[in-house]
Design a protein around this ligand. Structure first.
Ligand code: ADP
Ligand code: MG
Length: 702
């Protein structure tokens, strides 16, 4: 590794301790290498000089060559500014600076010839340029000026301390000029460079900072994107391999009586091919002697629960207990209902544990769990509490959860000896492939990408306020057919009060439209006590109420097959993945189901696109891709907390192809040379070691 790149940026000509501190604070730039790794976010075309007399429009960027004519400090206090005049043979423009005026006044020389760059404003028939970049004219400067000039992320503080765009550019230029190829060692093997037709690393850096043509920029981008994604995948895949080598697990060798009995005698339908494939993948993990760490992705209604249950049977058949955790008590309860029905048919002891289970009842469950009498336990995160002791926990399943936090993982691992339990995480939030490859790149991922046969596509329509009466009429028709209806209101933190008001008003209006005794309504929102929520929910689940008015608390997992209509109010305020989850609450029985997206007439183009996406498709993966495109990876659920998608140049919404190839190549290399021993892979190894600082802490799901 070259020492130059790890040298503190303080020692770069023109920086010094004060600016170095500023660069560190404002941009996190500490070394020469960091500075080089700050890529421009855009470029300005400096391939030609303009003539002042030919400027025709404001808001255009121009590059001029001419003489600074005047320079005066005018105004007082906060209104103080530096005013100048610049002229070439064709005309005159005014110049003005509002900050850094003293510094500039000392720097700039009246009568000097400059190359000037800036954006033109029009003011009282006179063109002017605020905060232009100025560089003393020399033939060499004119030469280097003639390409696309990089624009770097900056802050006001940096600008005020003389670290403006121009200076940043100059620093990067000085640095690049000092670098020799030896100081930017190649980090990809020759055979890859040739195969992928990549330029050298030094060329790529030159090309990304100071491209002389669009082609050069493209070549640099290609290589740097690949490099970034490749090393990310290398790290993830190495982590995965290390885990697979070091975290031993219980070996479930038997496919035994319970599994077979359930499969042939009790399972009321045939499994889809996707379900079978996933069960085979799980089965392979469980028999491998290594702890399973598998994410099971499957759209709403794809049948994850039965796969989870059959995995639990594999544990039971090998003499282990299994638990299933859900994020809310309602969801846990629903899982308990379906799993205990299956379990009882097979003589298994299935228990439920959540915050609401108290006193003697709780103690009895804890005792039976510790003695091993209970085979399967379903509950909330109450299962992770310390008094919960298992006889022999072999498998933990979580539903609708993102990764465990470190603390939760530790709690889970403490419950099982001598190995941690196998872990299966089920999620109905479809994650775009590119995100899955990065967010979950160190995990094993199974996907159920097929719905059970015979499902009717949910009919989705966009409706505005003037359709309200027809929507109410439609609800009445469906209720007359014996069906049930959800009406969902947004509820977000910032405007909680207003949201609650909307919800209550909506509820009252609906109560007038659907009066008792003919109609009964349930209401559920996040401000209610858990017990009240459960009561209201239960009335809807059991069919005593026909309409459920709710906020997004019902978003995840609730299963009422008789509900056929989902009305979403203020649809524009929901994100795509939320809408998809909500729609998934209907269409769970055999009847044709409907999703009506209510919104105001006026919509932002993004809201409109979200609604159109929902109307166009019910495929969760397509919706997730659209979400990624509309909002960018940083805003997709589950990515913020992880802070993982912090890429410098690659874009997960656009660079899927590069990512795919980077991952495949990384896999192939590790398959053939797991510890990177071969001479041709030393460059990769070196890079991984010396850039270790960049690798974030990737947590396992368990
Ligand atoms: P998910 O949890 O993935 O949203 P569920 O496991 O709740 O989906 O399954 C949804 C419904 O589909 C359940 O009523 C379940 O019994 C049923 N189901 C699951 N797999 C199949 C299958 N292969 N064929 C028919 N119905 C199925
Ligand atoms: Mg489910």
């Amino acid at each position: 590794m070259s020492d130059l790149l790890t040298t503190s940026v303080e020692y770069l000509k023109g920086v010094g301790p004060k600016r170095a501190e500023l660069l560190r604070k404002e941009l996190g730039v500490e070394t020469f290498g960091d500075l080089l790794n700050q890529y421009p976010f855009r470029y300005i075309d400096k391939t030609q000089f303009h003539r002042i007399g030919e400027i025709q429009e404001e808001n255009t960027y121009v590059q001029l060559r001419g003489i600074l004519r005047r320079l005066d400090l005018i105004g007082e206090g906060r209104k103080r500014r530096l005013s100048g005049q610049f002229r070439d043979e064709s005309g005159v423009v005014d110049l003005v600076w509002f900050s850094g005026v003293h510094f500039l006044q000392k720097q700039l020389v009246v009568g000097q010839e400059y190359i000037l760059y800036g954006r033109v404003n029009a003011f009282r028939d006179q063109y002017s340029i605020a905060h232009p970049e100025m560089e003393v004219y020399t033939p060499e400067a004119a030469q280097t000026a003639s390409f696309f000039a990089p624009v770097y992320p900056s802050t006001e503080k940096l600008n005020n301390q003389g670290l403006d765009a121009k200076t940043r550019r100059r620093l990067t230029r000085i640095l690049l000029d000092r670098l020799t190829p030896a100081e930017v060692p190649e980090n990809l093997p020759d055979y890859l460079l040739q195969k992928l037709r990549f330029c050298s690393r030094l060329e790529a850096l030159e090309g990304i900072h100071f491209p002389k043509s669009a082609e050069q920029l493209e070549a640099a981008r290609n290589r740097l994107k690949f490099e970034e994604l490749f090393f990310l995948q290398m790290r993830l895949l190495q982590l995965k391999r290390r885990r697979q080598q070091s975290v031993r697990g219980f070996s479930f060798d038997q496919i035994g009586t319970h599994f077979n009995h359930f499969f042939s005698d009790i399972l009321p339908f045939s499994l889809t091919e996707a379900q079978k494939r996933v069960l085979r993948e799980i089965r392979r993990d469980l028999g491998s002697g290594i702890q399973m760490n598998r994410l099971l992705q499957g759209d709403v209604g794809s049948g994850k629960t039965v796969v989870g249950f059959m995995t639990m049977l594999m544990a039971v058949d090998n003499g282990y207990q299994a638990c299933l955790m859900a994020p809310t008590e309602i969801l846990a309860q629903q899982h308990y209902l379906s799993i205990s029905a299956y379990g009882e048919a097979m003589g298994l002891e299935v228990a439920f544990l959540a915050g609401s289970v108290k006193g003697k009842k709780r103690q009895a469950i804890l005792d039976k769990l510790a003695s091993g009498e209970i085979h399967l336990i379903i509950g909330t995160h109450a299962l992770l509490e310390d008094p919960v002791v298992f006889h022999r926990l072999g498998l933990a399943i979580t539903d609708e959860q993102h990764r465990f936090g470190v603390e939760q993982r530790a709690r889970l691992w403490r419950k099982s000896q001598p190995y941690p339990p196998h872990v299966l995480v089920m999620t109905a939030t479809p994650i775009p492939r590119t995100l899955a490859m990065t967010l979950y790149g160190d995990l094993d991922v199974s996907v159920i990408d097929e719905l059970p046969p015979g499902r009717k596509e949910i009919i989705t329509q966009h409706r505005t306020e003037n359709h309200r009466l027809r929507v109410l009429g439609f609800m009445r028709e469906q209720i007359a057919l014996g069906r049930q209806v959800y009406v969902v209101y947004p509820m977000i933190e910032e405007s909680e009060k207003l949201d609650l008001k909307n919800l209550m008003e909506g509820y009252e209006a609906l109560s007038r439209e659907f009066p008792p005794p003919e109609y009964q309504l349930s209401i559920v929102h996040g401000k209610m006590k858990a017990a009240d929520k459960d009561y209201e929910m239960q009335r809807f689940v059991s069919g005593q109420t026909q309409i459920m008015v709710a906020t997004t608390v019902i978003e995840v997992g609730v299963n009422v097959p008789n509900a056929t209509v989902m009305v979403i109010e203020n649809t524009e305020r929901f994100g795509l993945s939320q809408l998809h989850q909500l729609r998934g609450r209907v269409g769970r029985g055999g009847d044709q189901s409907y999703c009506l997206l209510m919104s105001s007439f006026k919509l932002s183009s993004e809201s409109r696109e979200r609604i159109q996406t929902m109307v166009r498709t019910t495929d969760g993966f397509q919706i997730a891709e659209a979400d990624l495109r509309l909002r960018g990876p940083g805003n997709i659920e589950g990515t913020q907390q992880s802070g993982m998608i912090n890429l410098r140049i690659a874009d997960l919404a656009r660079d899927g192809r590069i990512l795919q190839s980077a991952r495949e190549i990384a896999m192939r290399i590790l398959d053939h040379d797991p510890s990177l021993q071969r001479p041709e892979h030393q460059s990769i190894k070196q890079h991984l070691v010396s850039n270790n600082r960049e690798s974030r802490v990737w947590s396992r799901i368990s």
